[in-house]
Design a protein around this ligand. Structure first.
Ligand code: PA5
Length: 442
């Protein structure tokens, strides 16, 4: 279960003001709960933890077992934005940082950039391995994954033959329409559906996240259970509801104190991609109509040696939300040293995690002294259930928060602007007029 602590903001805000924002968040809770707000045709994510059928997980496990029987040891997961960030977050959080689980394929991600070097190096790896591919695109027309898929598909077909390629490629896309759906039907790929009523950034608990997470050897049932338990807790309308508190405080800090940047902080490098996933969720949901809190993220203590100076003393535009994992999974104890040249003997016999926790507490107090309000979102340990809970918590809180802000959290009109320019510059058929216009600007 996710716990929220807004105590680190108390020296910055008056309680009466906070209560005012809690009321606004409770009103927004009603809008989300009754599905009467803007974008209410994209609320399918709300019931995913209890809606996902057992047969879907079993289907994913069947692919995992088929590929394992073929000796597949590399799965290229192709997708961008909401079509890869949740899966990457979960897999990086749950995987060993250095050693691959025996019998489990390495999962690598592609189609999330247009770097030629990235793709060339990925193909260097694929050529040395037994490769399969999961291609994920709800629209089926996003340029980055489409380019990567063309290259990976061609390689798999050439290497293993067309018939074998059809069982080494799985597509996750729209139920009926789109280029990827058409291709998958034509080639006979196994397909999974991204529900119409779930936007990319809310799709981690659909096949978009489920298949890669299962292929990586993790327990999707436990993740859904964790999300379902969190959902139960968040469905209770109350001033003690963590999502209400988080949404209330971040809106107050933004609107009344001019805190325009929220930094998601973690003291566990395995959660770096939670920050990436969360940035898309909040950035795409709230950053509209000239409004919204800019979502940033840091991993500590690493980034205290790069961003720490600015957070402590730079322009006072930010507040921080720290995602805390209460208990480390492993124990590493600091030893004693006869010479003690590094002067660390005072820590001899202590766990490294004790130092990490003291660094976290010291940072929190220093940042409060430096004018940076602090919130904390914590889970007991880092496992499938707690990640499921974190996913659901942040999604639910995002819906409430955006409604407090008066924004439709479920569209993303702004992401089209760069695409139009890129298509014009690439001279995509149909963009002739835009090409002419844009060439005048450069
Ligand atoms: O949130 C969104 O909808 C976007 O970020 C999409 O996830 C991203 O652009 C990928 O789109 P698609 O899955 O259609 O390729």
């Amino acid at each position: 279960m996710v716990k929220v602590n807004v105590g680190g903001c108390s020296s910055f805000v008056k309680d009466a003001e906070y209560q005012k924002y809690v009321q606004k968040a409770l009103d927004a809770f009603d809008v989300l709960d009754s599905e009467s707000g803007a974008g209410n045709d994209f609320l399918g994510w709300k019931t995913l933890p209890v809606d996902i059928p057992e047969s879907l997980i079993a289907d994913c496990e069947a692919i995992r077992d088929d590929w394992s029987a073929k000796g597949v040891d590399l799965v290229v997961v192709i997708g961008i934005g909401g079509s890869y960030l949740g899966a990457r977050c979960a897999i990086e959080a749950l995987s060993h940082g250095f050693v691959r689980k025996p019998g489990v394929p390495q999962i690598v991600f592609a189609g999330n950039n247009l770097s030629e070097d990235y793709l060339a190096e990925l193909m260097d790896l694929a050529r040395t391995r037994n490769t399969a591919c999961v291609v994920i695109s709800k629209s089926g027309t996003t340029t980055e994954p489409a380019v990567a898929f063309r290259i990976v598909k061609e390689y798999i077909e050439k290497t293993y033959g067309k018939a074998e390629a059809a069982v080494r490629i799985v597509a996750i896309t729209d139920a009926k329409k789109g280029a990827l759906k058409t291709l998958a039907t034509q080639e006979g790929y196994k397909t999974f559906v991204v529900p119409d009523n779930v936007g990319g950034r809310y799709s981690v608990l659909t096949p978009v996240g489920i298949l890669p997470i299962v292929l990586a050897g993790f327990d999707m049932r436990a993740m859904l259970k964790g999300a379902a338990e969190e959902r139960e807790a968040l469905l209770v309308k109350s001033a003690d509801n963590g999502a209400v508190q988080y949404a209330a405080m971040r809106n107050l800090l933004y609107r009344e104190l001019g805190k325009k940047v929220e930094i998601l902080v973690t003291f566990n490098p395995k959660l770096q991609y939670l920050g990436e996933w969360w940035k898309q969720l909040y950035g795409e949901s709230e950053g509209k109509e000239g409004r919204g809190i800019f979502p940033a993220s840091v991993v500590c203590t690493t980034d205290l040696h790069s961003m720490g100076q600015f957070i402590q003393e730079g322009d006072r535009v930010m507040f921080e939300t720290t995602v805390t994992v209460e208990n480390a999974a492993r124990e590493v104890v600091i030893g004693s040293d006869e010479q003690n040249l590094d002067q660390l003997n005072y820590l001899a016999g202590q766990r490294v995690e004790h130092c990490n926790k003291m660094a976290q507490l010291g940072t929190k107090l220093a940042h409060i002294d430096g004018g940076v309000p602090q919130m904390e979102v914590s889970v007991e340990k880092l496992d499938e259930a707690s990640l499921g809970a974190l996913f659901y918590f942040f999604e639910f809180a995002c819906g409430i928060s955006a409604y407090v802000l008066g924004i439709n959290p479920f569209n993303q009109p702004g992401v089209e602007a760069y695409k139009k320019n890129m298509f014009a510059l690439l001279r995509k058929p149909g963009y002739e007029k835009q090409t002419e216009e844009i060439l005048k600007r450069i």
